[in-house]
Structures are given as C-alpha cells and as structure tokens.
Design a protein around this ligand. Sequence first.
Ligand SMILES: [Ca+2]
Ligand SMILES: [Ca+2]
Ligand SMILES: [Ca+2]
Ligand SMILES: [Ca+2]
Length: 411
Amino acid sequence: MRDNGNPSAERTESAAGINGRVIAGLALMFTAVTLIALTGCRSDTPVNTTASQTIDAPVRTAGPLAFAVKTDYGAGSEPSSVTTGDFNGDGKTDLAVANYGSGNVSIRLGAGDGTFGAKVDYGAGVNPSSVTTGEFTGDGNTDLAVANYGSNNVSVFLNAGNGTFGAAMNYSVGTGPGSVTKGDFNRTGKISLAVANTDSDSVSILQGVGNGSFGAAAGYGAGSRPNCVAAADFNGDGISDLAFANYGNNMLSILPGTGNGTFGAAANYAAGASPHSVTTGDFNGDGKTDVAVANADSNDVSVFLNAGNGTFGAAANYGAGTYLSSVTTGDFNGDGKSDLAVSNYSSGNVSILPGTGDGTFGVKSDYAAGAGPIMVTTGDFNGDGKTDLAVANWESGNVSILLNTTDFGNS
Ligand SMILES: [Ca+2]
Ligand SMILES: [Ca+2]
Ligand SMILES: [Ca+2]
Ligand SMILES: [Ca+2]
C-alpha cells in the first residue's frame, strides 16, 4: 500500500518537495504519505503513571473537557518528537524536542505557569526521529536519548544538573531507527534503551551501565517496519516487555522480556491500516496493562485489552481525525480513568477520547494544533494538577502547548 520503495529516498524527495518547490498540496501529500512514517510515537513509558492515576486518583465529578487555545513555541526544522521532564530540578516541567530537519534537540525550561523560556539547542545525529528521557547516571538528574534515523545511532545527552546537557555520546543501532524508549530489561536497576529500527525490522537493546554509558546493541526481530516502541510489563512477571507498532504488516507486536536483557518471540495482533504509534495504560482498571495503537491510514485507534496473562483480544477501533500520527494516555477530565490523546497529522489537531473505565472510549473532542502535528505528549505545565498537552508540529516547525481548563469539580 505504501512505503514499498527506499524510504530514505522518499523522504529526501519529500523534503525537496517541501523546501524546493512551492506546491503546497503536493508537498503535503508527500509529507503525509512518507515523512510521518518515521515518528509519531510516544517514546516514554507511561505505565506507572497511568496505573497510579487509575487506581489511586480520587473519583470526581468531572466537567466538560476543555483546553485553552494553543500557544506556540518555535522548535528547529521538522520537529519529529517531543517529551517532558524536569531538567533543572525546580519542580517545573520542561520540554525536549527532537528536530529531524536540523539535526538537533531543543530544550525549553518551563516557568511553571504554562509558559517556557528561550530555546537551547544541542547537536544530535542525522535526522533525529525520537527523544526520550531517563536517569542514566544515578545522580538524580534527567538525561536524554535521541534516535537518529539518518545516522543509525542513538545520541545520549547527560544532564549537568541545571538543565544544561553535555555533548552527545553516540551508540550504533540498526538501520533507520524511528523510536527509542527506556526500561530496566535485565533487572539490574539500571536504565537500558530499546530502539525500533524501522528500516531493518528489528529492535536494538543498549544495556545501561549506570554511569551514563551503554553496552553494545543486541538485536531482535520486531515485525515489519516497526515505527514505534513502548516498554511495559504486560504479563505481570515484573519484567519489562516491549510493544511495537508495525506499519509494514499492520500489526501490534509484543516481545516478552526474559529478565536478562533478552526477549522471546513476538506475538502479533491485527491493528488497523498503517499503525504508527503505540502507548500503554490500564484502560479497564483491572491492574493489567493494555495497549492502544494509532493507525494512520484507517484514521482510527485500535485498543487492545490485556487478557491478564499478557495476551490480547481483538482490537476495538475508535475513529479520530485524519492520518493519525501518535497516541498517548492521560486523565484529562479528572475522573480517575485513563483517556487517550491522538495527534491527527492531516487535520492539524488533537483528539481526546474519554475513557469510560471499562476499556471502552466515548466520543472524541478536537483541539487545534499547528500544521502537521506528528506527536502529542502530556505534562502539567502550569502546576494546577490538570494534565496539559504538548504537540510537535512537523510542518509549522513549532510546539503547541494546550493548557487543560477542564473543571475537575470537587474532589
Ligand atoms: Ca524544570
Ligand atoms: Ca487492563
Ligand atoms: Ca478520564
Ligand atoms: Ca495543567
């Protein structure tokens, strides 16, 4: 259906289409069909947060979901991925953005009132496709890892403790890495990295040493064109497993972790057309981690409920906007139930699908982002206890911040 040729060549042609010609419609078509293939992935590991939200949060009478009109902050060229963390340790949530076109990562420190300070850029590899946070050294400061699609490596940036980062240390992975996430895959208490290699149909595991360096990558098969990887414990054995969105064969793949840093054979589940992003959460409140996948070509989200042993039933599908590029979880209306946030690349907005708590989702509501939103992530940017949104807009070269203004009611 798509991406049968050389993806790098397609992306080069696409970039030329955007930058070299003034044929907006054609450029948009190229972008939507090819560029988005490389990201749109929730690269954090939200399972713990989601579980605590679902189980521990007080049940409240939530008002209608509402977000303020977006505020935009400039990024580099073709921002492909955004994540959040407290990089300077002031208790306020900051932003990290990977820029595909400019080969760097942009940091903006949060002021705590929903606004952000000036952008500081750090050079990464060629065509960064994904950024995640982790504590790689044990000093309590949040570090960064960036997957570089064009240079087939991962750049690790160590935090000096004040929100500034040292020069990148680069580690080779497979071909065309499209996504990076973290986990303790060998139960050493040290954070390792899992990288989905979109062009070599594999995952690379970089074992964390604990001092900020990583051991050589070990590779495993991961389906056909894995574009996004998420780590979570699906079978409840206390060991991190991996989930992949594979747009080459329209499958969700689950790789069980063995606990020594290796993984067992993949189990595959049918998703919609061209799944590009995967996230995890407990959608029915049974304490077992479920999965949601955003399907670009079928314009819907596939929700897979965990049978309890790490296997999944058939997907239930929920429509969102057009050309879904990413999905993540959060409790946006304060009812203690996990909801879904989806970025719609071609519609230029974000859809929120409210969770009912029984594993199903209600009618979506839409909120405007920039042009070509390729990834949405969450954070509380103004410290009011309500989960806000940050959206990386590929075509407009910025990040949209949408503050949650929902009336959570009395707790
Ligand atoms: Ca901060
Ligand atoms: Ca569940
Ligand atoms: Ca909710
Ligand atoms: Ca907030």
